[in-house]
Design a protein around this ligand. Sequence first.
Ligand SMILES: [Zn+2]
Length: 196
Amino acid sequence: MRVVTDWRIDLIRAHPDLFHPARRAPETACGGYPKCGDGWCELLNSACARIGAALEKSDTLNVVYIGEKLSKLHFCWRGNLSAEAEAKIADAVARAEARAQVTCEECGEEGRLYCSAGVPLTRCVVHARGQPVQVTLGREENVHIVRRVVAGKLRGICCRRYNRETDTFVDVPPYAHWVDLHGEILPSSFEGYEYG
Ligand SMILES: [Zn+2]
């Protein structure tokens, strides 16, 4: 008999302190049950392991939603945390969401943005559908606005480029055009950024 396994349920069972599945309900009913393709399994495993490791005894956290919307990963949580734990968790979530933007949602290989019949998709060359989406003027590939961590605590936001090979962020100067595309975020918001 073929046993069908679901990595999403394995993920929830491996991290009950993050997902808090109801005892009498199937894990598929859990609010954090991932609604995305198999290709993002590994990056979600990494994110949950990092989040679990960041929690101290007095911290509480509940993953309320994980899913794909318009080709992007959304990892949503609520918690009552120390400032240090919150900073580590914000970093873990930012890395997972950035990694999803360069990881094929079907197979987990390196991917990029395509558009098929008006629907954006993150896919590798093998699973590509539609046309690759060109990066628009002034917008850098793999650059994200993320919350800035200073001395272990969250302090404002900054522009960072995600490196898929090393799974890390590197600071980059904020680009005026890029910021303009996201009108609500002004250059003055880049608290503490050091140029040069
Ligand atoms: Zn693929």
